[in-house]
Design a protein around this ligand. Sequence first.
Ligand code: OGA
Ligand code: MN
Length: 208
Amino acid sequence: MSSPVLQKTSSLIVDSIAKQGYAVIEQFLSREAIQALAKQAKDLQSTGEMHQATTGIAKIETLSIRGDFIRWIEATQASDAEQVYLAAMSDLQLAINQAFFLGLFELESHFAIYPAGAGYQKHLDQFIGKEERKVSCILYLNDHWKSESGGQLRMYLDKKDESNFIDINPQGGTLVVFLSSDFLHEVLPAKSERISVTGWFRTRGTSV
Ligand code: OGA
Ligand code: MN
């Protein structure tokens, strides 16, 4: 059963997507929930369960595109912290489905850790001919992030105008949601480790 707070947050996100295609929400989850997720990501890293992210192309090229380490979240084996995240995302999915009829019926999500100096070059989360990812959601897990540390998510608001972008700090609790097909984005290199959970609401198969 979802809480009134989450329902209100979900409807704010839906309104913002309807208006501008994306939403940025602070304090999406409680501080304790964010800290528990951050701890899990760090634990996974120290036990060697995070692995270098891939892009479907050669490893050496991938490293110049993105430098993060990831670990997928398995709903059937979710920790308490992951269950809190998944429950909130499922409320959001319901709200988005009701508003937009996108037919989103599953969430794929992973933890990501960018070591200091790593980033992710400008990209779209949808690939041509593979459009299952409909809505991208990034939840940041970094306590007291400082702008000087870099690591911002740079979102390009106009595919034809490179100078039209916003930079979002990966501050713990901030959730960014956007239509995957519409926004080019990149992760600016950070001076310190940067932790997040990235999720995509997707349809199954190759039909659009
Ligand atoms: C991604 C991505 C952005 C971020 O994982 O595809 O673009 O701010 N992440 O972590
Ligand atoms: Mn992306």
